[in-house]
Write a protein that binds this ligand. Structure first.
Ligand code: 3H9
Length: 709
């Protein structure tokens, strides 16, 4: 079946791309072949004076090359050829002797944007679904169809590197400001404006674009010395951000540099060479696996498909207007546009919560992600009070009160009294089993957990935790609502700590043991940051709050016994009134809310002297294996439904290094036998908490794996 249909309007050929049977347009091998043939026809048909390229999909222009095809690449040469052929196809658009207008609505990403860049004029819709970007580095590759060449030439090297090195996408208005598109129009007139533009260009010739910016832009973007500075700065930034674990951004930088300094042919050659090398490399393989794991989760509602329909959530109630409650409120209003009411014990707390929720919206307004009228409309959806007034209309109530079982039970009872019988009640507990909270619920089928991560507006994960009594309708409603809030949702079993905090607990506890042995805080944190975590475990304790960590630690100890017995470090810190970032004193010092180095007065508090010459490799081994072992144990207990959920949860919930693929993927890479051997050694040296999980031992005997080889 054909992917392209062409109609002619006043000698303008309107080519509609609609890949049959697929939700989005992708540049598959077959599509590339068909498009090449079409280009010849467009070139040779003298009745055609100009071309419009538009999509037939509701909200994607072109989502890029077909990532599925990357998984079939086995050699570097094959991958290089794929990129080379992409470059050739795109170049043929650019050199077509007739103007080509890209009419962009929806995702215009990767190879899709590269194709649009080769068109002679770009018109985008102002719809929020319209996003233009080169996200390749997020897949461990670089733009390989000329993007590293055309983007800097069009919008300047700094703006281009900004987009390419972070793989970030821009909305239409920003794209217009950058000079990435020529016009922004409402969706309803996209086609007609594009046809008119194509007709105009056929008459007047290709547009001349004036270079934007002032003296500084000229110096930095258009002189060799200026660009050298830009490359140096970009390189430093990349290294700081990626710690050298991700080769793609540096390779993209090099492809841009070679192209600008030695000409487009040399740039394209470097581009396809690097693309070939990276596409078959381990990092790209891991990132592509994560991409597919994440997309498949978008369709997984955590119930037997079709067994229930999600309820529509028109009104949301939130109990507890602290950091979590206000974060949930702000994020729900922003992304779901739902009427949201906050309740707390007194009005001053409610006021603070509302202010914090509005802050999330204000931040978007500042970054021009929201217009003033949108902002006004969204803030009007927020309200609050110190009673349950209004909760009778709530379809979903999320409690985010202190992590205390009795309090949560009381709140549930109050909500059951105040709300409708069909209202769904979700607890945002981070560790307490939902069945304990729901033990005396009147309607346990409507109770479940929705565990958000802090800060809610930024953290991409949500754990939804049903009990054995929760109805499929409640589950699917919570999952869909979480997804609309912009979260990747995993449905996990109701065990203490669920998945994320279950595997995080022994890791943080091990960090506390290391502290008690006098291992310097800097060493612990820099070791794990170098390993690939966004922050080290001690800094993370400060972020989470030592009181919160201690409470969670107690729940885990009670549930899992000796193995999770908390190290004493946190109690000593709390006894000295150190809560972490929240009160400005933790393991680190804070000045004006910013982390300002390790607080060395912590060591006497802990009763130790920092030891010299501690071995970073041993530190890393203890911390990593504490987490991997727990992951194996929890997985065997059925806390997660499959390895995919566990790895995605670890990556999005605690920043487990994506290039390592997640804890279970990592165990597969290591091999269960090697992991068991390492754990036995640690067990000999540091005690029973390192006893390898029975499931891992079994796996090592049987030669099992989490994923198919
Ligand atoms: C590239 O272009 C390299 C070039 O530089 C070099 C070339 C030579 N490939 O996410 P959704 C599937 S690299 C394959 O649920 P949404 C997706 O798996 C590419 N499949 O929808 C899912 O499949 P299924 C750079 C793709 O509305 C279905 O489409 N591009 C691709 O939430 C629906 O997707 C990117 O990295 C693809 N390129 O989000 C963009 N794109 O139904 C990746 C989508 O079987 N894609 N699928 O489970 C996205 O970011 C999102 O999918 C998008 C839509 C925003 C487009």
């Amino acid at each position: 079946m054909s992917s392209f249909t062409t109609t002619t309007e006043d000698s303008v050929a309107v080519v509609t791309f609609d890949l049959p049977g697929e939700p989005v347009n992708k540049l598959t091998a077959a599509v590339r072949l068909e498009f090449e043939a079409l280009l010849i026809h467009l070139r040779d048909d003298s009745a055609i004076k100009a071309v419009v390229l538009i999509s037939g999909k509701p909200d994607s222009f072109i989502a890029g090359a077909d990532i599925e095809e990357f998984t079939a690449l086995t050699t570097q040469a094959e991958a290089e050829r794929l990129s080379f052929e992409g470059q050739e196809m795109v170049s043929r658009v650019e050199t077509l002797a007739k103007p080509v207008v890209a009419a962009i609505h929806g995702a215009c990403l990767g190879g899709g944007l590269e194709l649009a860049l080769a068109c002679h004029y770009r018109i985008a819709t102002d719809h929020p679904k319209t996003q233009l970007g080169l996200p390749e580095v997020q897949l461990g590759i670089i733009p390989g169809a000329g993007g590293c060449q055309r983007l800097p030439r069009l919008i300047g090297v700094r703006a281009a590197l900004d987009m390419i090195l972070a793989g970030k996408s821009e909305r239409a208005l920003k794209a217009l400001r950058l000079g990435l598109v020529d016009e922004v129009v409402p969706h309803s007139i996209l086609r007609s404006v594009a046809v008119a533009a194509a007709g105009r260009l056929a008459q007047t010739g290709l547009p001349r674009r004036k270079s934007k910016g002032g003296l500084q832009d000229t110096l930095l973007d258009r002189t060799a010395a200026g660009r050298r500075m830009v490359y140096r700065g970009a390189r430093q930034q990349v290294l700081k951000k990626t710690g050298n674990h991700y080769p793609a951004p540096l390779a993209a930088l090099e492809a841009v540099r070679v192209g600008l300094e030695h000409g487009i042919a040399a740039g394209l050659a470097e581009e396809h060479r690097a693309f070939g090398e990276l596409a078959v490399g381990d990092v790209s393989r891991k990132l592509v696996q994560i991409f597919f794991a994440t997309t498949s989760l978008k369709k997984d509602d955590g119930i037997v498909p079709g067994s229930a329909v999600p309820r529509q959530i028109r009104r949301l109630g939130i109990i507890g207007s602290g950091f979590m409650g206000s974060g949930i409120a702000g994020t729900a209003v922003l992304n779901v546009e739902v009427d949201t009411r906050l309740k707390d014990a007194d009005l001053s707390r409610v006021g603070k919560g509302l202010k914090a929720a509005i802050e999330i919206l204000s931040e978007r307004l500042k970054r021009r992600r929201l217009t003033r009228p949108q902002y006004e409309r969204l803030t009007a959806l927020l309200s609050g009070g110190d009673s349950y007034a209004g909760f009778g209309r709530a379809d979903l109530v999320i409690e985010a009160v202190f992590e205390e079982l009795d309090l949560k039970r009381r709140v549930l009872a109050e909500v059951e009294a105040a709300a409708r019988p069909d209202t769904i009640f979700a607890s945002n507990t981070s560790t307490i089993p939902i069945r304990d909270i729901a033990a005396s619920a009147e309607r346990p089928e409507r109770v479940l957990g929705m565990h958000f991560f802090s800060p809610v507006e930024k953290m991409p994960l949500l754990e939804v935790i049903p009990t054995e009594l929760t109805s499929p309708e409640a589950i699917v409603t919570a999952v869909r609502f979480g997804r609309r809030m912009g979260k990747t949702v995993i449905v996990v079993d109701d065990h203490p700590g669920f998945w994320v905090n279950r595997i995080l607990s022994p890791y943080l506890n091990e960090a506390a043991f290391l502290l008690e042995e006098g291992v310097p805080i800097e060493l612990i944190d820099t070791t794990m940051a170098a390993w690939g975590f966004p922050v080290g475990p001690v800094a993370l304790l400060d972020e989470v709050g030592l009181d919160v960590a201690q409470k969670a630690g107690r729940v885990m100890h009670e549930a899992f016994g000796e193995r999770m017995k908390p190290a004493g470090a946190l109690s000593r810190m709390l006894a000295a009134n150190r809560f972490g970032r929240k009160n400005g004193v933790g393991f680190y010092r804070y000045e004006d809310g910013h982390k300002a180095g390790v607080d060395s007065s912590v060591y006497p508090l802990l009763g130790v002297r920092p030891v010299e010459g501690a071995d970073a490799r041993l530190v890393e081994r203890r911390l990593v294996y504490a987490m991997l072992n727990e992951a194996a144990g929890a997985c065997a207990e059925g806390v997660i439904r499959c390895a995919r959920d566990g790895d995605v949860g670890a990556i999005y919930g605690i920043g487990f290094p994506p290039f390592r693929g997640g804890p279970l993927r990592m165990l597969d890479d290591l091999g269960a036998a090697r992991a068991v051997e390492a754990l036995h050694l640690l067990q000999d040296q540091h005690g029973e908490r390192f006893r390898p999980a029975a499931a891992l031992v079994e796996m090592s005997r049987q030669g099992g794996r989490y994923y198919p080889a």
